[in-house]
Design a protein around this ligand. Structure first.
Ligand code: PNS
Length: 165
């Protein structure tokens, strides 16, 4: 007997400080895999982000606007608790290089121990984005390098705005 289709909600958590073209590629690809994708920013007061939570949410909403099944949100506390509250069975993460693997493996095991019902699904970053990170984008920009191929245009505009204010 065919299984009843169940809608699959996935959460793509992260700092997104700021969102890069690598994140955007992952959002684009995973929005085709899941019924609903919630891109959610960790509200973490102990980190010193470049952009405030509301700026990051605005930037994400800007780029997510083209994907009808993608929602932008934020969370605090444990990711698995948040996923449960939102009815999500999947946590989505991207892997760029082997160096990401160890950190992701640790988080996956910890999250599975906390809630075995929630699966972490990984997508490999597209090779043209595998070297991009929010940290490097900020550094290159701060030192006067060209980042226009690395971040969405709206993010670049905001970074320029910040730099000139
Ligand atoms: O983009 P990042 O900063 O690598 O994302 C890390 C994130 C937000 C996925 C991770 O720090 C997280 O899930 N934090 C929430 C707190 C939590 O659940 N900690 C235990 C997970 S192992």
């Amino acid at each position: 007997m065919a299984e009843q289709p169940q809608s699959v909600v996935a959460i793509y958590p992260g700092s997104f400080d700021p969102i890069t073209n690598g994140h955007l590629d992952l959002i684009r690809r995973s929005s085709r895999l899941f019924d609903r994708l919630i891109v959610s920013i960790l509200r973490n007061d102990s980190k010193q982000p470049l952009f405030s939570l509301s700026d990051r949410m605005e930037m994400l909403r800007d780029v997510a606007a083209g994907f009808p099944n993608v929602e932008v949100d934020c969370f605090e506390g444990l990711l698995v608790h948040y996923a449960q509250r939102r009815g999500a069975r999947v946590v989505l993460r991207g892997i760029r290089a082997i160096s990401d693997y160890e950190y992701e493996l640790q988080m996956t095991h910890m999250n599975r121990r906390l809630n075995p019902e929630i699966e972490t699904v990984f997508l490999m970053a597209n090779d043209s984005y595998s070297f991009i990170s929010s940290r490097l984008v900020k550094e290159v920009f701060r030192l006067g390098g060209d980042i226009k191929e690395l971040v969405p245009a709206s993010v670049l505009a905001r970074m320029r705005e910040r730099a000139s204010s």
